[in-house]
Design a binder for this molecule. Structure first.
Ligand code: NAP
Ligand code: HSE
Length: 420
């Protein structure tokens, strides 16, 4: 049997899982593995002659058929992938940042050289999502995606809810346990989820969404009080990556925390689990959920991609046509200020007559209808914490309300997911 010859760049969390798991397949052989540090102690034993600290040894090796990029980041990974494509190799990658920032160039280059780029692991780790959208859901017009795409932030929000703890305390604990990185910015500020939803929206809508147009807010400002109030009102707070497409090619793609009604499945996706809710026609709505990260779940997706190539390699001149990039149009971006949402506001106000009336009047003057307003007594410093949930209204208008609430402090402004 002729084996598919693999060159690996990166032998960290995902690379190690891939290396270990591929030992079970007879139709695939790992020829070379590039790492940064040749002397590092690893959980996997790789023969010394296969290891290199120069990724060009992998991408320029004429005997290698597929380059599996598992190092992450844009540069120098992009340079290695470009060289590999120019040298006629197929690509498998888990690199969501590269896909989000260089997707257009990457797929144009791969088509030019008639090579495939597969990236199942890049979006929700072990959850199969790219291949289902590209194949069995191909007959659908997908118009909405709502997803939990980042395990670190979902873990933090779940722990804050379960323990009644602050963001800072849970983050520290998550770092000690190894769930959150020492520099957690990419996760907690929503970059990771924004990279993933950029690519997911692009393939689901068949029109390119651009990363620079994706609105992004992280979870660093979520207070334990918000989580408690949300619970009382029938919601959980989750970092939601969402994308909607209208009939005029306008794509609203964003990542921000949301109050999710407890009767929505996404409210019950806890800890590091990820989930993707897809709505389209004729399928209706489906939810895919599972492990969004980790050594073996992520390796599962990488291996699936490698085996898909192995199955067709040398049987056709045009491999995996359904998995290729077919969108050549760019979606029109929708600015967050122009979107309509429901809002949760937590307002600290002086304990004075007419404060609630004033909030109501300012909202009414902006055509904003309130669906609930709650004050639980008075604080010891003679202030009141007032929680408001609005009906759907224009983001621009709610921002005007926040700036006009003189004498009051808006502690939190969080969007609310609609029921149903
Ligand atoms: P990681 O543990 O940090 O591993 C990165 C690997 O790349 C290491 O083996 C490192 O070498 C190697 N590397 C880095 N720079 C290099 C260079 N310039 N030349 C050669 N090798 C280099 O990262 P990871 O968590 O496995 O993530 C890899 C990719 O998968 C990223 O794109 C990430 O976003 C994506 N991803 C990760 C997960 C997950 O659960 N971790 C899930 C989905 C997607 P040394 O070992 O010598 O330092
Ligand atoms: N950092 C990501 C997360 C895992 O916390 O979900 C890699 O995609």
């Amino acid at each position: 049997m002729e084996k598919l010859r693999i060159g690996l760049i990166g032998l960290g969390t995902v690379g190690s899982g891939v290396y270990k798991s591929l030992q079970n397949f007879e139709n695939v052989e790992i020829i070379k593995v590039a790492v940064r540090n040749l002397t590092k102690t690893r959980s996997v034993e790789v023969p010394t002659e296969k290891l290199t600290d120069n990724p060009y040894d992998v991408v320029n090796d004429s005997s290698i058929d597929v380059v599996v990029e598992l190092m992450g980041g844009v540069e120098p990974a992009w340079d290695y992938i470009k060289t590999a494509l120019e040298n006629g190799k197929h690509i498998v990658t888990a690199n969501k940042e590269l896909l989000a920032k260089k997707g257009e160039e990457l797929f144009n280059l791969s088509e030019k050289h008639n090579r495939v780029v597969l990236y199942e692991a890049a979006i929700a780790g072990g959850i199969p999502i790219i291949m289902p959208i590209k194949t069995i859901l191909a007959g659908n017009k997908i118009h909405k995606i709502q997803a939990i795409l980042n395990g670190t932030t979902n873990y933090i929000l779940t722990k804050m809810d379960a323990d009644g703890a602050s963001y800072e305390d849970v983050l520290k604990e998550a770092q000690t346990l190894g769930y959150a990185e020492t520099d957690p910015t990419g996760d907690v500020e929503g970059f990771d989820a924004a990279y993933k939803i950029t690519t997911l929206a692009t393939i689901a809508f068949n029109a390119r969404a651009k990363f620079e147009n994706v609105y992004r807010e992280g979870i660093t400002k979520i207070r334990k009080e918000d989580i408690q109030r949300a619970n009382e009102l029938g919601y959980k707070i989750k970092l939601i990556a969402s994308a909607t497409m209208d009939e005029n090619n306008n794509a609203d793609v964003r990542v921000h925390p949301m109050l999710v009604p407890k009767d929505n499945m996404l409210a019950h996706i806890d800890y590091v689990t990820n989930a993707v809710l897809i709505t389209g026609h004729p399928i209706g709505s489906i939810v895919l959920s599972g492990p969004g990260a980790g050594e073996f779940p992520t390796a599962s997706s990488v291996i699936g991609d490698i085996l898909a190539i192995a199955r067709e390699y040398k049987t056709t001149d045009y491999l995996l046509p359904m998995m290729r990039c077919h969108h050549h149009s760019v979606a029109n971006p929708v600015k967050i200020e122009d979107t309509y949402n429901k809002y949760y506001l937590s307002i600290t106000a002086p304990n004075a007559i007419g404060v609630i009336a004033k909030i109501g009047t300012i909202c009414a003057n902006k055509d904003i209808s309130l669906s609930s307003i709650l004050q639980k007594g008075v604080e010891s410093d003679n202030t009141a914490e007032i929680t408001v949930i609005t009906e759907k209204c224009l983001e621009r208008k709610i921002r005007e309300v926040v700036s006009e609430l003189e004498g009051c402090e808006v502690k939190s402004l969080i969007r609310v997911m609609e029921e149903g």
